[in-house]
Design a protein. Structure first.
Lengths: 301, 465
């Protein structure tokens, strides 16, 4: 079976992608959104012509907003990012942006998040991801308890987790690179997308492993001796069209969401799209071949 | 097969009933409207941090509940439709370092006004009559304003611990009982001691409520107001409790989504959902043919059933929640794909394996490779079940943990994903099996072969054994 035999190539490819994703923040920056860092973001839309950027920046400076950034967005919007601001300060800002009420503007969104809230959101996200990973290893070890030969059942869990890290790290890296060009930030919606990928990745890997489990059981019942490598290879081939078709259906929906979506929906669909592709790739080219490697290691001991 | 046809008809009727329910509950003032999060309809979210350091551990939950109720009453006065006020506890489980009050105000985009309306405290004040007022005639009194009649004592609602409605044990008259905190008790005691015989008026929002004459020193920190009927007394108690937030709060974060932005996001999600569904259906029908049609019909049931459940619970739909729903559509389709792929394998037999296929253990069939249609279907469902079960359990575990640990938006995602996975277990397996068995009356012929094949290939079907 080609995929199993050439597994080192795929491992290398995955390793390159993962390492690339891990170093991406150093080159492209790790832009945490206001959800996590605390601070404020204000977006306004100009119903008539949008004023000059430089002039508006100069007008905002005396308000003492600290290190703020004002960026145009779309045709008629301005996005202001600054430290946490009070409702009174916001009114002052809106008054400046609308030239004291002369220009008609509409407030599209406003977030002001205290640093404590941001910090606790960040911690919550970490805890949630860690607990999910832990419980899934436990569950897989349990689900595969009856097939502890030739590889112990917890190793299925281990392979799933490796695939899972791959599926979370690679989309993050690609998001960071793409975010550089589209101005995306690591916000709460991004974390939600990662959590969804987490769920999908495990879902996808389990289907392939289930087939391996079925083959092993059958071989045991019928007293057939077969190379583990061959069992995994055949399981892969048999589940291949399902893996591809399932991810295709998700890709269809997500592409629709990406094309029709606006703003946050678009970046969200993008992460999920990359995640689904990475998830499908990893369950075929990473998790299953890894089982074979684990088995070979076990034999050596 | 008759049994399956009856059930199939029943399921189709159920689908139509759901469509009717969804349609009729979209009318104005219907009982079960969709609930949308602020990110989709626009509005303001305010998160307050509560300072519970002055409250003993056992009373915190109570105080937070009272705080919630007080804030809710204040907001209701302003007529915001469907405000949502929640208490989020501190602790390791919730991941919060402190207790929080979350206030969601749909349709409100003016934060300053929202903050003001929540922070507004009806003012309770005790005032003493000014010296010399007593000697004035009635005409002269009428000319004077309240401020000229009374002088502040510094005893205000800030010192009020709580107010409650009681009844005089002998006359059964309603009594508004006031209880001051320690600081207030001292102040009250001092005022009453030094001013026996003078009038101590009680003002609420600068309005004179009661003007009793001090009879003696009151050192237990309690005061009563009488002379109301029961309903008014209750109202006064309520208002007095308004004046005193049980827990000091501080604004920690605010968020506003403009109505247009929310509308655009919702519109995009709905459009994407519809287009995604159409293309997905085309793919399923073209690739899996008759089973594909069955899967699409089951999927339609899935979508309508899930949406109805979202309405009934009700689930607040946010952008993240819709994402969870979309992902669960993918998982519902996955179950069907797993089953159909397995069915195909059973039909085809397993040429790759020397000793025959994956048929029942033992028996003649095993050596024979392919199966007849009905057997292949049965096996397809039976064998796909294990992987559907395990992969869905993993998804449910994820959903439960996220719901438990997540922040508001993650919770929405977890809830729709979890409901979606559960519903899909029913529609993708039970419903699609019923439909598939119901249409399998077709004589095994070239047509049947075509209908049950997939992709670009056709498979030879075995004759009935």
């Amino acid at each position: 079976m080609g995929i199993i035999r050439n597994r080192k190539i795929f491992f290398t490819l995955s390793a390159i992608l993962v390492i690339g994703s891990l170093v991406a923040p150093f080159f492209f920056g790790f832009h945490l959104g206001t959800d996590f860092t605390g601070g404020s973001i204000l977006e306004v839309r100009y119903l008539s012509e949008r004023p000059q950027l430089e002039a508006t920046q100069a007008l905002l400076s005396p308000l003492g907003l600290g290190n703020f950034s004002l960026r145009p967005s779309g045709e008629s919007n301005f996005v202001l990012r600054a430290r946490e601001i009070s409702p009174e300060e916001k009114s002052a800002i809106l008054s400046v942006l609308s030239s004291g009420g002369q220009t008609q503007i509409s407030e599209e969104r406003f977030n002001s998040i205290g640093p404590v809230v941001g910090e606790s959101l960040k911690r919550k996200s970490y805890i949630a991801i860690a607990v999910v990973i832990f419980c899934i290893v436990l569950f897989i070890t349990f689900a595969f308890r009856k097939v502890s030969k030739p590889v112990s059942s917890w190793k299925y869990g281990l392979a799933t987790i490796v695939a899972l890290f791959h599926d979370v790290i690679v989309p993050t890296g690609i998001y960071i690179v793409a975010g550089k060009f589209f101005g995306w930030e690591i916000d709460l919606l991004f974390v939600t997308a990662l959590l969804a990928i987490l769920g999908y990745s495990v879902h996808d890997t389990i289907v392939v492993f289930d087939r391996v489990r079925e083959h092993l059981r059958r071989n045991q019942e019928e007293g057939r001796v077969e190379e583990f490598e061959k069992t995994v290879g055949e399981s892969l081939i048999q589940t291949m069209s399902r893996s591809i078709n399932t991810s295709l259906t998700l890709v269809i929906v997500l592409v629709a969401l990406y094309i029709l979506g606006v703003g946050a929906t678009q970046s969200f669909a993008f992460v999920l799209l990359v995640g689904v592709i990475a998830g499908t790739y990893s369950s075929i080219f990473l998790a299953s071949p890894l089982l074979v490697t684990l088995e070979k290691l076990q034999k050596k001991e | 097969m008759l049994k399956y046809r009856i059930w199939a008809v029943f399921l189709l009727i159920a689908t139509i009933a759901l469509v009717y329910f969804l349609y009729s509950s979209q009318r104005e003032n219907a009982r079960f409207p969709f609930k949308f999060g602020l990110d989709l309809v626009g509005g303001t979210e305010l998160i307050y941090r509560a300072d519970v350091s002055q409250i003993s551990g056992g009373d915190i939950a109570d105080s937070m509940q009272t705080l919630r109720d007080v804030i809710e009453r204040r907001i209701n006065v302003f007529g915001v439709s469907e405000p949502l006020i929640q208490v989020e506890r501190a602790g390791l489980v919730s991941g919060n370092p402190d207790h929080r009050l979350i206030v969601e105000l749909p349709g409100v985009s003016d934060i300053e006004r929202a903050v003001a309306m929540i922070g507004q405290t009806p003012q309770l004040e005790f005032k003493l009559e000014r010296a010399g007022v007593r000697d004035l005639s009635e005409e002269e009194l009428k000319k004077l304003t309240l401020d000229e009649l009374f002088v502040s004592t510094g005893l205000t609602g800030r010192f009020l611990k709580r107010s409650s409605l009681q009844f005089d044990p002998s006359t059964a008259q309603p009594i508004v009982a006031l209880e001051f905190n320690d600081e207030g008790k001292e102040l009250f005691s001092q005022i009453t001691r030094e001013n026996i015989g003078r009038t101590l008026a009680i003002f609420l929002d600068d309005e004179l409520k009661q003007a009793p004459v001090i009879q003696s020193e009151i050192d237990n920190g309690q005061a009563i107001i009488t002379g109301y009927d029961a309903a008014t007394a209750k109202e006064v108690v309520r208002q007095l409790n308004f004046g005193a937030l049980p827990v000091p709060i501080e604004l920690a974060s605010t968020q506003t989504v403009g109505a247009t932005l929310g509308e655009v996001a919702l519109d995009a999600a709905v459009k994407a959902g519809i287009w995604g569904f159409i293309i997905l259906s085309l793919f399923m029908v073209l690739w899996y043919r008759l089973p594909g049609v069955v899967a699409v019909i089951a999927l339609i049931l899935y979508v309508f059933l899930s949406l109805s459940i979202f309405k009934l619970i009700p689930v607040t739909l946010t952008a993240a929640g819709l994402a969870g729903f979309i992902l669960s559509i993918g998982m519902a389709v996955d179950a069907n794909i797993l089953i159909f792929e397995r069915m195909k394998e059973e039909l085809r037999g397993m040429p790759a394996r020397g000793t025959g296929g994956f048929a029942h253990s033992g028996g003649k069939e095993e050596l024979r490779g392919g199966k007849n249609l009905i057997d292949a279907m049965r096996e397809g469902f039976r064998r796909a079940w294990l992987s559907i079960r395990d992969s869905n359990i993993a998804s449910i575990i994820t959903a439960v943990i996220l719901f438990w640990l997540g922040t508001a938006s993650v919770k929405g995602f977890a809830l729709t994903l979890g409901i979606g996975v559960l519903v899909s277990m029913f529609t993708a397996i039970t419903a699609s099996r019923t439909y598939l068995y119901a249409v399998s009356f077709v004589q095994e012929s070239k047509l049947t072969e075509f209908l049950f094949s997939s992709g670009v290939k056709s498979y030879k079907l075995k004759a009935d054994s």
